[in-house]
Design a protein around this ligand. Sequence first.
Ligand SMILES: Nc1ncnc2c1ncn2[C@@H]1O[C@H](COP(=O)(O)OP(=O)(O)OP(=O)(O)O)[C@@H](O)[C@H]1O
Ligand SMILES: [Mg+2]
Length: 279
Amino acid sequence: MTQISMSGVTVEFGDTVILSDVTFTVGAGEKWGVIGRNGTGKTTLFNLVTGAVQPTQGGVVRSPGLRMTLLEQHRDFGDATTVWQAVAGAFEHLLDLERSLSEQSSRIGELGEAATPAMLDRYAHDLERFEREGGYEVTARVDAVLHGLGFDPMDARSKRLDTLSGGERGRVGLARQLVAPADVLLLDEPTNHLDLETTEWLEGYLRGTSATVLLTAADHPIAPCRSPRSDTSGCDARLEVDARTVALIYCADWRHVERLCSTRATFWSARHTELLASR
Ligand SMILES: Nc1ncnc2c1ncn2[C@@H]1O[C@H](COP(=O)(O)OP(=O)(O)OP(=O)(O)O)[C@@H](O)[C@H]1O
Ligand SMILES: [Mg+2]
């Protein structure tokens, strides 16, 4: 099922053509690499996908109701004050409920026989609500993503956002994006703040997700990856690029996604203004 399609899209900022005659489709669950050097238009392509930028010419179609998340470059975490709240985003209230359940359970334990029916009723009611809203799954997911991206999930419940370094905020932003419910993940240079261990964790996460993934990699070199126009199933097609091109690389299998995350390999791209997109 096609989720996103562009046809004949051109974007001009003033007199400068950033993208020219871009045509491609992205199907559900597909994984694509968006490759290009700094300033070539990768983020602009993502902004076209989300609708934040309108094409000068051509059209962008998204399937109705598509849930997309884009890693926010400016890291707006809303009202969150702790790392856990920032990552949980829309599910933040479940942390309050989890905390309240834990307090109620300790209190009931201390009181033993003296616990009142009203206290027991409230506990049962809140526990049922926590389960119904997917509390166990969501808290486990937030904890797993935090752990994978190098945070201690228990510490994260009290760690204040305003004590974080820039790199740590970057990882919180990525964790928040991965936790949010989405059909399409637009990952704009997600490995910027990751070390080898967390990069490997991200690779594994992307391998396991059923969501559609578009992932940019900037000036860092990219491993050989199957060209969308290549008939071969291997990763033996190579393309030389000039400095002004964005290429879209269809990842035929997960090895290629791993290589997209990697920062050490051969740079890939396509001819100027030719976005490698049609399959
Ligand atoms: N709203 C805008 N108005 C004018 N020029 C813009 C606008 N957005 C982007 N540009 C220009 O378009 C070009 C492409 O920008 P874009 O951010 O898409 O590149 P990028 O490939 O994501 O770069 P980087 O690797 O540095 O993130 C740049 O020259 C940028 O200055
Ligand atoms: Mg960019």
